[in-house]
Design a protein around this ligand. Structure first.
Ligand code: PBG
Length: 325
């Protein structure tokens, strides 16, 4: 029998009827870059329309995002001070700690606050761990990452999100949260995080480019997918509540495989380079931007991601309401 597949494509109503993948603003997380000071809104050349905001403006921006349906954010901090051991990353008055307190105080449990737990933004050398004799020392790094995570939990974070790719980081953080009385604070592990050039725009924004070498001794080699499964399995065993694959677009096979293999909620990070790529193709044409972004974000969900972290998240609510896909 000859098939006539075009019957199911005849009208937009029929296409909608048989559609298998639906984006929802509920599943999106909006990342933010917060800086010290007041009344600061620094544009970034590498990521058009993404600004570095001081806390006062950040609160205003979150109000806007919530009007558009966003209920989860992921915070990155640009500290005033960087040193060898990333001290401002775990100071109770660090930029992230102050921000989480103020945000949770303002929005309470109507907004999920997630915080990135890493050292690269806070160290003078820009690496995600602590250096000893020029090498990243795993154990020394775990101690600092646990201190960062605990300080975020104390400030009121709902989920702490370790992204340093140190071995056993989820275990160390889970222990320090539990012994600090933060059994209720969740962990979203950046489980399978690849050493990717798609992070360059982000590093420019955050000023977190490593001063020497690269991140290939801790982030994953993109030629492997088996190791991603081991990383994810370990994170689950160590106590991750949510796992993540990052980046998303060049890693849809990893997302698919993770979803088929593990029943844990799966997040995918649509990273800065993926965002910048769309912006450069769309060249200020908002319709083009929407069409390309929706195609990419739908493919990430179709591959198996339950949660998508994306710089487009603020626009998703409006895009989906326009119903002109
Ligand atoms: C911190 C971190 C990075 C990103 C998220 N957390 C950068 C890196 O690992 O160099 C990248 C996010 C993005 O590109 O949007 N380690």
């Amino acid at each position: 029998m000859e098939s006539n597949l075009r019957r199911l494509r005849k009208t937009v109503r029929i296409r909608n009827l048989v559609s298998e993948t639906e984006l929802s603003v509920n599943n999106f997380v909006l990342p933010y870059f917060v800086v010290e000071g007041t009344k600061i809104k620094d544009t970034t050349s590498s990521m058009p329309e993404i600004n570095k905001l001081s806390l006062d403006y950040l609160i205003e921006d979150i109000h806007d995002a919530m009007e558009n349906g966003i209920r989860a954010i992921l915070l990155f901090g640009v500290p005033g001070l960087k040193d060898e051991i990333g001290s401002s990353g775990y100071s109770p008055d660090g930029i992230i700690q102050k921000s989480i307190r103020k945000i949770k105080d303002t929005f309470k449990d109507d907004l999920i606050v997630m915080s990135d737990v890493c050292l690269c933004a806070f160290t003078s050398h820009g690496h995600c761990g602590i250096l000893r004799n020029g090498l990243i020392d795993n154990e020394a790094s775990l101690e600092k990452l646990s201190a960062i995570a605990l300080s975020h939990a104390e400030s009121g974070a709902d989920f702490v999100c370790p992204s340093a790719m140190m071995d056993r980081q989820v275990h160390a953080i889970r222990q320090s949260l539990d012994s600090g009385g933060f059994n209720h604070t969740g962990i979203l592990g950046y489980s399978a995080k690849y050493a990717s050039s798609f992070y360059y725009p982000f590093r420019e924004v955050l000023g977190s480019q490593p001063a020497f070498g690269d991140r290939k001794t801790y982030q994953m080699d993109y030629r492997s997918s088996n190791q991603a499964m081991i990383e994810i399995e370990q994170d689950i065993q160590e106590g991750a509540d949510i796992i993540m694959v990052k980046p998303a677009l060049s890693y849809l096979d990893i997302i698919f495989r993770a979803k088929q293999t593990y029943p844990v909620p799966l997040a995918a990070y649509n990273v800065s380079g993926e965002y910048a790529m769309v912006k450069s193709i769309a060249r200020n044409d908002p319709v083009m931007e929407k069409m390309i972004a929706l195609e990419i974000l739908t493919s990430i969900k179709r591959a198996g991601a339950d949660i998508i972290i994306s710089y487009f998240a603020k626009k998703i609510g409006n895009w989906l309401n326009e119903k002109s896909i």
